[in-house]
Design a binder for this molecule. Structure first.
Ligand SMILES: C[S@@+](CC[C@H](N)C(=O)[O-])C[C@H]1O[C@@H](n2cnc3c(N)ncnc32)[C@H](O)[C@@H]1O
Length: 259
């Protein structure tokens, strides 16, 4: 489990919350009584659920106690819990009208089993709404894996690699959920994020995708050195625009499945 740092994550709060807003805009359910935000992080995605449905009972669940501490700090009125999504999905006690998971489920393995289980916790008339990053082939993503596999670094990582992301093609999710759902909406969006420099992309991934690599390294000196090598590797893939900023394309996969 990567060690999450809410402040590092929230350095890009606007860019990270935008897909949650875009996902929520496509959820066509009025007045849900019970809503849950799985992998709620520091509460930024949960907050937009509360704005949309102020009358609803809204829960935030996250396996990182650091993230839940930050959520409680920033939104003390919220209903927060530390817990694992896989465990929650396997517990069929009660259902929710909206199960929302923005930028979270790619950290959870075995989607073939997980998605039907999560969908079973959606009440009739409700919806499951999910967004996952869909950019494993982007240079900033391949660079961290390729770097970790070089002889200089491979000896410092576990032989079976670090914890990776779990993301499948749209057809996989359609086949998982179509036999269960009344209707499914699936789409992709590529955000072209404007960053101050290629270094800002390193800062971005220090809050998410680089965490498993940094956590696996034995010392702070190794972490700094790995980040320096990574920075060097991605620089050419994200050249400066005329004003010095860089464009950081970021593709994401969205789905809303109605019960
Ligand atoms: C990238 S953050 C997303 C935060 C927020 N939902 C947002 O939209 O910005 C991913 C979150 O998923 C949580 N997470 C990862 N695996 C989890 C699991 N198995 N169970 C619960 N939470 C998990 C992490 O702790 C982290 O806070």
């Amino acid at each position: 489990m990567p060690s999450w740092n809410a402040d590092q994550y929230l350095k890009f709060a606007a860019e990270r919350t935008r897909p949650a807003r875009d996902l929520l805009a496509r959820v066509l359910v009025d007045r849900p009584a019970r809503v849950i935000d799985l992998g709620c992080g520091p509460g930024n995605s949960t907050e937009i659920l509360s704005e949309r449905w102020p009358e609803s009972g809204i829960n935030g669940l996250d396996s990182s106690s650091a993230m839940i501490v930050a959520a409680r700090r920033d939104y003390p009125q919220g209903d927060w819990a530390v817990g694992d999504i896989s465990v929650w999905a396997a517990d069929a006690t009660h259902q929710f009208d909206i199960v929302f998971a923005n930028a979270a489920l790619h950290w959870v393995p075995d989607h073939e089993q997980l998605f039907p289980r999560i969908f079973a916790r959606v009440a009739p008339g409700g919806a499951l709404a999910v967004q996952v990053p869909y950019n494993l082939d982007a240079p900033a993503q391949t660079a961290m894996r390729d770097l970790a596999a070089t002889p200089a670094w491979a000896c410092l990582f576990p032989p079976d690699g670090v914890r990776g992301w779990h993301v499948h093609q749209p057809g996989f999710y359609y086949d998982c959920l179509a036999p269960l759902a009344a209707d499914i909406d699936i789409w992709e969006t590529e955000y072209v994020q404007v960053m101050e420099s290629a270094d800002a992309i390193v800062e971005w991934y220090k809050g998410t995708g680089l965490r498993p690599f940094l956590d696996a390294l034995p010392s702070d000196a190794d972490r700094e050195s790995f980040l320096a090598d990574y920075r060097e590797r991605i620089r050419d893939s994200y050249p400066p625009q005329a004003d010095g900023r860089v464009l950081f394309p970021f593709r994401r996969l969205f789905l809303v499945a109605y019960h």
